[in-house]
Write a protein that binds this ligand. Structure first.
Ligand SMILES: NC(=O)c1ccc[n+]([C@@H]2O[C@H](COP(=O)([O-])OP(=O)(O)OC[C@H]3O[C@@H](n4cnc5c(N)ncnc54)[C@H](O)[C@@H]3O)[C@@H](O)[C@H]2O)c1
Length: 319
């Protein structure tokens, strides 16, 4: 069935890729974005309806929601360093902004809604691994606190008003997208390796993280659009085989692949740890998503890195 799908923050890294996939599936796509951390040029090749506006502004949100069947609520400050520099702004947009969208949703019938929370921001130091959705929530910073506040608001609105709302907690997303940025560890490493710069690691780099290729994430987003039964659920989304890797291991893998392709060898440098409170081991269970939406990520870390490196090589060739 063809739907009108609304994406807040749709011009960003995940939203611009999601837009293309939804259009390919025959849906109409509408985007609400204030372009605070993305450019409208990310949408240049996409036949989407663009509403320039702010999720904090009720009239903007109401105008955007008119006639929308399903909402992906992605807008916000997505950078943890940025949220630490501007905690008040982060909390306002990432928590109160969510309230503003949910408040407007109460007035209109929708088929579904997805809020994108974060594995790393929510669970903190794991008490057991792999972390499942029942693991205690212990955010380390204001970004995680705002994400948790949003999750609670989403689930409360579901319980109170019966709205079909779903929370996903996703691991580190990487891979090609029209809105690709160089502010996450994979993309920074790839860009630096291809530019002949050393890969810098804060601390020992022993902390294990999970990395999900953007196409696998988008497949899960689309499966949720097609699965009304996931309303009220919270689902972990993490990568495919071999997707868990220490930061130092990731750096070595990026350096190895770029060297195999004839780029000058890249060194790995360890810097003094900048931020306290980095959890050491964040392996993620996606069993629930597997049960409910047949989530089966297909791209292993090495293949995902190779595709990402191909894409960034092409971008750098055009610069
Ligand atoms: N990228 C990841 O690895 C990752 C991991 C976990 C969770 N998430 C979450 O997924 C969502 C999307 O992430 P992303 O990587 O695409 O981020 P992004 O920064 O590329 O996109 C966010 C978009 O929101 C827009 N925006 C910001 N404030 C707004 C406001 N007040 N009103 C309207 N638009 C606004 C920005 O201009 C941008 O286009 C975010 O909520 C992020 O926290 C991302």
């Amino acid at each position: 069935m063809t739907l009108t799908v609304g994406i807040t923050g749709g011009s960003g890294y995940i939203g611009s890729k999601l837009s293309g996939v939804l259009l390919e599936r025959g849906h109409a796509v509408r985007i609400l974005d204030n372009f605070s951390s993305s450019s409208q040029s990310n949408l240049a090749d996409l036949d989407v309806q663009v509403f320039e506006g702010d999720i904090l502004e009720g009239p903007d949100v109401r105008r955007f929601l008119e006639g929308v069947d399903f909402v992906y609520d992605l807008a916000g400050v997505a950078s943890v360093p940025e949220s630490l520099r501007k905690p008040r702004e982060c909390f306002e947009v990432n928590a109160y902004g969510r309230y503003a969208v949910l408040d407007a949703l109460r007035e209109k019938p929708i088929q579904g809604y997805l809020f994108s929370s974060s594995v790393a921001a929510i669970y903190g130091d794991p008490e057991y691994t792999p972390v499942d959705e029942g693991h205690p929530v212990k955010p380390h910073n204001i970004y995680g606190v705002a994400k948790r506040a949003s999750e609670l608001m989403v689930l409360q609105e579901h319980r109170k008003w019966g709205l079909p709302l779903t929370v996903v907690r996703q691991s580190n997303v990487y891979g090609p997208s029209p809105g690709m940025k160089f502010d996450s560890v994979v993309h920074i490493f790839v860009q630096r390796a291809l530019s002949g710069q050393p890969l810098k690691i804060s601390g020992s780099g022993e902390q294990v993280r999970d990395f999900i290729y953007i196409d696998d994430l988008i497949s899960a987003y689309v499966a949720i659009l097609d699965s009304p039964s996931v309303a009220g659920e919270t689902l972990n989304l993490a990568g495919g085989a071999g997707s868990e890797m220490s930061i130092a291991g990731l750096a070595r893998m990026v350096a190895e692949i770029t060297a195999e392709r004839g780029h000058p060898e890249t060194t790995v440098e360890h810097m003094p740890q900048q931020q306290k409170g980095e959890s050491l081991d964040l392996e993620v269970s996606t069993q629930r998503a597997r049960q409910l939406i047949n989530f089966a990520p297909e791209i292993d870390l090495r293949s995902g890195l190779e595709s990402t490196i191909d894409y960034v090589e092409r971008i750098l060739d055009h610069c």
